[in-house]
Design a protein around this ligand. Structure first.
Ligand SMILES: Cc1cc2nc3c(=O)[nH]c(=O)nc-3n(C[C@H](O)[C@H](O)[C@H](O)COP(=O)(O)OP(=O)(O)OC[C@H]3O[C@@H](n4cnc5c(N)ncnc54)[C@H](O)[C@@H]3O)c2cc1C
Ligand SMILES: NC(=O)c1ccc[n+]([C@@H]2O[C@H](COP(=O)([O-])OP(=O)(O)OC[C@H]3O[C@@H](n4cnc5c(N)ncnc54)[C@H](O)[C@@H]3O)[C@@H](O)[C@H]2O)c1
Length: 461
């Protein structure tokens, strides 16, 4: 068994930079990756979807161009070019990550699947069928998650796609039926609808995006329906089956929905399952929760001293920037003794529908559940100068503010550039600024950010 200073399992968004920095700091480090360097974000997540979303946005602009006096008759979509462009960008990002790893002295990259075989010891099964064994005092687990495939009657004999396999499909589905109504579902729904698919979304909860406030979910639902996407909420899937036409049939329980939805393709967007099962975490007695996520403390340390977990595999908000920030915490604590932790991290995110949904901090319903004294400010995009000038008036700005301190607890912006504009509020939260400070702050005119003044000039509820 080979002994190293550090082993990083999974070349995801936290693991890759961590492995490089550990090696640069003089730790003899092994980075084990079972598939592709870059993990979900680069290969199956953010990069390919955001590239395809950019293509779809152009299609939509052209479609709507006539309203602006620009005539573009004869528009058509060449999916092969879109698909190849997406693949090119993904390969470019992946290759650049591989080059970065390979150029790092003291870092060994091993392609293969790691699993624990004992306390701080792993085996790696390589693609050529060999098995190698390693041990290290420090082990960092960044093995991520994969699409969840829950038990649904008939699913085992029905063809289905996941977010990963949908991106590998070299054609536009005629009718994409999506189970789930959260981030993956909504981004994919609008993307493929704009490229020409008919799209139906089936969400079990009463609202799309069940974690968001009901007014925010309703706003997103209206936007998607306006584009011709069928949305069924509060809809229970009874069973699915392969249809005689070669497509799929989804049978619903709910009385006020059609009993059967027929589509050409079925996409499961029902959350993600942590990759702890294949890691054999019991061999090193790691604490795992009921859903399979690794339990960690606020320093990202597991129950075993020297073993850390970062990114999606530890549960909590599953975003690339969270995984990256986990790496920053671990590294700076190790090398700079900073004493950083995950407590009170202000976590932003952006759903890349068009318009975007930018979010930071807590929602109104979370604040009310915690019995916090709050003021809620809202401003529809129809009152934002920049939005009116640009013809992008769908959406809403919303902020939850502590009644006594005036500090911002959370905010949501559905709007063109919503993800960028929410960052203004995130920075204000980090700086401890109050809504009073922002009400009178000077921003360049006529940016979307300028509407932060107007948001806090509204009468709060
Ligand atoms: C379709 C889609 C779109 C998304 N869009 C966004 C977005 O716009 N913005 C955003 O912030 N987030 C987005 N996400 C979420 C984001 O991709 C993840 O939160 C992020 O990639 C998590 O990174 P990670 O570091 O935890 O792990 P991952 O990136 O998942 O990396 C884990 C790596 O570990 C490897 N691995 C697993 N098991 C083993 C093993 N036993 N041995 C060796 N290697 C192993 C895997 O092959 C993988 O490469 C999206 C996700 C999806 C699916
Ligand atoms: N822009 C972004 O940052 C971005 C984009 C895509 C994905 N992501 C990340 O990927 C993760 C996974 O996304 P996701 O959308 O798959 O999962 P999710 O866990 O966010 O949502 C799953 C949805 O499926 C619904 N559902 C569950 N079972 C169902 C059933 N049987 N029938 C109908 N609906 C059902 C749930 O109510 C929920 O709305 C997210 O947590 C997110 O952090 C981020």
């Amino acid at each position: 068994m080979k002994t190293l200073d550090a082993i990083v399992i999974g070349a995801g968004q936290g693991g890759t930079p961590l492995a490089k920095k550990l090696a640069k700091a003089g730790y003899k480090t092994l980075l084990v990756e079972k598939r592709w360097v870059g993990g979900t974000c680069i290969n199956d997540g953010c990069t390919p979807t955001k590239n395809m979303i950019a293509h779809a946005a152009i299609a939509q602009r052209v479609r709507k161009s006539e309203q602006w006096g620009i005539h573009t008759p004869g528009m058509s979509i060449d999916f092969e070019t879109i698909w190849q462009h997406k693949n090119k960008i993904v390969n470019q990002f992946r290759d650049s990550s591989v080059r970065g790893v390979e150029a790092t002295e003291g870092l060994e990259l091993l392609i293969g699947e790691a699993s624990f075989i004992g306390h701080k010891a792993i085996q790696v099964k390589t693609p050529d069928g060999q098995t190698e064994t390693y041990q290290a005092e420090s082990i960092y687990i960044n093995a991520g998650a994969r699409p969840a495939i829950p038990e649904i009657t008939g699913l085992s004999v029905t063809p289905y796609l996941t977010s990963t396999t949908l991106l590998e499909l070299p054609q536009i589905p005629a009718h994409l039926v999506i189970l789930g109504g959260s981030y993956i579902a909504l981004e994919m729904a609008q993307l493929f609808s704009r490229l020409g698919s008919r799209v139906s979304i089936i969400e079990r909860s009463p609202y799309l995006l069940p974690k968001e406030d009901a007014d925010i979910s309703a706003c997103i639902k209206d936007i998607l329906r306006d584009e011709g996407i069928a949305v069924y909420t509060h809809a229970n899937v009874h069973n699915v089956e392969k249809h005689i036409t070669g497509g799929v049939a989804v049978f619903l329980d709910k009385k006020h929905h059609p009993e059967i939805i027929l589509g050409s393709h079925l996409l499961l967007a029902l959350g993600r399952t942590p990759n702890t099962d294949t890691l054999c975490t019991q061999m090193t007695r790691l604490d795992i929760d009921n859903e399979g996520f690794i339990k960690i403390n606020s320093n990202l340390q597991t129950n075993i001293s020297g073993i850390y977990a970062l990114g999606d595999i530890k549960g909590g908000p599953a975003f690339t920037h969270v995984s990256y920030n986990d790496y920053v915490i671990i590294l700076r604590n190790l090398l700079e003794n900073k004493g950083l932790n995950t407590n009170n991290r202000i976590i932003p995110y952006c759903m890349f529908t068009d318009p975007q949904l930018g979010r930071v901090g807590i929602t109104e319903k979370e604040a009310r559940t915690q019995n916090l004294p709050i003021n809620v400010y809202t401003l529809p995009m129809t009152k934002v100068a920049r939005a009116i000038e640009s013809g992008q008036t769908q959406g809403i700005m919303k902020a939850v503010v502590h009644k006594e301190t005036g500090k911002i607890l959370g905010a949501t912006i559905i709007g063109e550039q919503g993800g960028e504009t929410i960052t203004v509020l995130q920075m204000a939260m980090l700086a401890g600024m109050t809504c009073e400070d922002l009400r009178y702050q000077m921003f360049a005119h006529p940016l979307y950010a300028e509407s932060v003044n107007n948001l806090f000039m509204q009468e709060p509820q």
